[in-house]
Design a protein around this ligand. Sequence first.
Ligand SMILES: Nc1nc2c(ncn2[C@@H]2O[C@H](COP(=O)(O)OP(=O)(O)OP(=O)(O)O)[C@@H](O)[C@H]2O)c(=O)[nH]1
Length: 452
Amino acid sequence: MDTPFNITSVGFIDLLPDAICIVDETGRFVFVSSAFERIFGYPPHEVIGKPMINLVHPDDRANTLAIADDIMTGNPRINIENRYIRKDGEIAHIMWSARWSPENKVRIAVARDITNRKKAETVRSALYAISEAAHVAEDLQDLFERMHGIISTLLPAENFSIALHDAEQQSLNFAYHVDQHQQSSAVLQQSAEKLYAEIVSTHQPVLVCTNDRLTLPPRLQTVGNQHALCWLAVPLLAKNGTIGALFLRSYNDGSHYTEQDKELLRFVSVQIATAVERTQLYARLQHASQYDPLTDLPNRGLLFDRLRTSLARARRRQEMMAVLFLDLDRFKEVNDTLGHAAGDQLLQEVARRLKQCVRETDTVARIGGDEFVILIESMQQPDYASIVADKIHATLGQPLQLDEHVVHILSSIGIAHYPNDGESEQSLLDHADAAMYEQKQQRKKDTHFGEG
Ligand SMILES: Nc1nc2c(ncn2[C@@H]2O[C@H](COP(=O)(O)OP(=O)(O)OP(=O)(O)O)[C@@H](O)[C@H]2O)c(=O)[nH]1
C-alpha cells in the first residue's frame, strides 16, 4: 500500500530499540542508528569507517567472519548470536539478522541486545546447578569444587575461597582455597576475618577495592595485601545465622569486581548456603551412622564395610591381612568402683592409644562395650599382627590417670589371619573372638583374676 509520505524520511529508525548497522564489503561501518550507542556505548562518529570485527569478542571473531562471508554470497541469516565488547569493557550479547545488498554492495544488519536475557539465563542455570550439586556432591570438598566451577560461569573467580565459621571454636576456617598467586589462606586470614566480622554484623556482602579504599570505614581500610586489587566477601546466610562466607579476590592482572558482581553473588549465595547446610547435615548423619559417638572410632557397620573391601583387595592381590579382636579385662570394675563417667574416659583413652599402635591405613573399630577390632591391611610380614598385639599390650599397660586414680588396663587379644584362619569377614571375626576368649580364660587361670 502506498503511503502519503516517504517512510524513511519520518525518522523512525532512531526510535527502534534494535540497532541498524550497515557495513561495506570490507566490513567497515558506513551507518549505525541511534540504538547502536545505547547498546555498544560508541557514538556513530567513533565507529564509522572502522572495522566491525574489532568490536566482536575475540573468541567469536572467526565464527562471525565466516557467517559474514556466507551472507555476502547471498544467504540472508536470521537470529545469529555472538558477543561484542562494549566501550565500557562489558560484554554485550547480541542477536542479529543480516542480508547482503548486491546493488549497494553493503551488508545490512539489525542487532538486538540480549545481554539481560543471557545473564538471567546464566543465573538460572547456576541456581539449578547449585541445587543439583547439593544432591550429587559426595562430600563438602566435592561440593566446594563444584561451587567454584559454577561461580566461574557467572564472573571471574580464579582466586576463590570458602570459609566456614566454627561456632564452638569461634574461628573462621578456610574450607576451600584457590589462589593464583599461591597466597596461603593463613596469609589472607586477617583480611578475611575483618571482612567476616563486617558481613556478620550487617548480613550484607562487602566489596573492598584499593581504588576507593579511602571511602571505606576505617576498620576496612586495612583489608587486603600488596597484590589484591579487590576483595569481594559474601555471607553464607542460613536459617540460624551466618555459617560462613565466600571470598573472591582480584589481583592487579585480574578483573576489578563491581557492585553488580556483589549483587549477583548475594543472590546466588542464598542457594549456596542451603547447599552447604544440606551437605553438612548429610555428612553429620553419615558420620553418626558409621562412627561410635564416645570414641569416634568406626562402628561395627563401617568395620564390616572396610573388612569386605580389604578382603576383596587381599584376594585380588593375593596378600595377607589380619583381624585382631580385643576385649578389656575387668573393665566392669572400673565402672563399678570409679563410676560410668570414668569408664567412658578410659574407653576414650584406650581408643587413642590403639590408634597410635597401627598405621594410618589400618582400622581400629569399637564394636561393643569394651570390645575393639583392629583390621590390619596388606601385611608384608607374617608376624606383623603379633608385633602389633605386643605393642598394644605394652601401650595399654602404661598406667592411666582417671581423676585422682591410677588405673592399669589389661586386655586380651585374639588374632585371625587371612587366608589361613578364615576367608570371610564373619569367619575371621569369629576366629579372632574365639582366640581372644581363649587368651582371656588362660589369663584368668594364670592370675586368678575375677575370683571372689
Ligand atoms: N563406661 C562405660 N561402660 C560401658 C559402655 N558400654 C558397655 N559398658 C560396660 O562394659 C562392661 C563390659 O562387660 P564385660 O566385658 O563383661 O566386663 P569385664 O569386667 O571387662 O569382663 P571380662 O572381659 O570378663 O574381664 C559392662 O559392665 C558394661 O556395662 C560404655 O559406653 N561406657
